[in-house]
Design a protein around this ligand. Structure first.
Ligand code: NAP
Length: 266
């Protein structure tokens, strides 16, 4: 779909790049010519991700970083710039979540998810800003959310509030930082069948088919679907797009609000 030099000369930092969608995005970026730094808390996971990424070509590096700590995020941004000379693409992908009825959710549980998802994303945007301003391509920030942050997410109020907050933050920054030629977008994945979370929550407990049928397309997405969206938004192909929330969910959220009345299949 893209040519091998679609991201040539660009440098990217992907939080939570050691697994799942973050690793998928990092892999696609490296394959298409970008230099890529991945960060996360678990060093073993990062090391095995780097082994995988090295096969994609491109220049790759990793660093331990907890996105709840602003100093660590800033250090990761600076390490990216010192290793690759610049930062052009910031992907805020790291997240944590657990299912819990809100009446039973402890303030600490609430704070932890808000800290990783919302505060971590703000830290990423804030630390990256002075470097993205200098990008010869124009800076690009991409944050991974979910439409459950827009519709509400019963039993995950913490994650829902965080993802909704990231959407609002991103739209705010799109306007504030547009004059700096920094584009700020979000991607809303639907259920992605080859990720651990979807395997654990749906497939392994026998709910796979039912959850797949909640999408308009009747199937789960793949990690590459999200990676392709993240390439598009980060590249020159998306250079007039900012403040956008690119929904890559097989029509899942729409089907929730517009169910078909024509037949059992829908
Ligand atoms: P995942 O495999 O669990 O990846 C999450 C990553 O975030 C891990 O690599 C983890 O690494 C990192 N992380 C967690 N807490 C961190 C912290 N405090 N500091 C730094 N890194 C941290 O999950 P995923 O399914 O790929 O999800 C990726 C993103 O897509 C998330 O934003 C998620 O909300 C969103 N999403 C996913 C789906 C889906 O179907 N999978 C659907 C909608 C939205 P460490 O544990 O090593 O830190």
């Amino acid at each position: 779909m893209f040519t091998n030099d679609t991201l040539k000369g660009r440098s990217a930092l992907v939080t939570g790049g050691g697994s799942g969608l973050g690793l998928g995005i990092a892999t696609a970026y490296a394959q298409l010519g970008a230099n890529v730094m991945i960060v996360g808390r678990n060093e073993e996971r990062l090391e095995s991700a780097i082994e995988h990424l090295k096969k994609s070509g491109g220049s790759v590096a990793s660093m331990k970083c907890d996105v709840r700590n602003y100093d660590e995020v800033k250090a990761a941004v600076e390490a990216t710039v010192s290793r690759f000379g610049q930062l052009d693409i910031m992907v805020n992908n790291a997240a944590g979540n657990f299912i819990c009825p809100t009446s039973e959710l402890s303030p600490n549980g609430w704070r932890t998810v808000i800290d990783i998802d919302l505060n971590g994303t703000f830290y990423g945007c804030h630390a990256a800003y002075p470097h993205l301003q200098k990008s010869p391509f124009g800076g690009s920030i991409i944050s991974i959310i979910t439409m459950l942050g827009v519709t509400g997410w019963p039993q995950a109020a913490h994650a829902s509030a965080a993802k909704g907050g990231i959407l609002s933050l991103s739209r705010t920054l799109a306007v504030e930082w547009g004059a700096d030629n920094i584009r700020v977008n979000t991607i809303s994945p639907g259920p992605i069948g080859d990720t651990e979370g979807v395997k654990r929550m749906y497939i392994d407990v026998g709910r796979g088919e039912m959850e797949a049928q909640k999408t308009a397309l009747g199937r789960f997405g793949k990690t590459i679907d999200i990676a392709n969206a993240a390439v598009f938004l980060a590249s020159g192909l998306g250079e007039y797009i900012t403040g956008e929330n690119l929904i890559v969910d097989g029509g899942r959220w729409l089907k929730q609000i517009a169910p078909s009345t024509l037949g059992a299949k829908a």
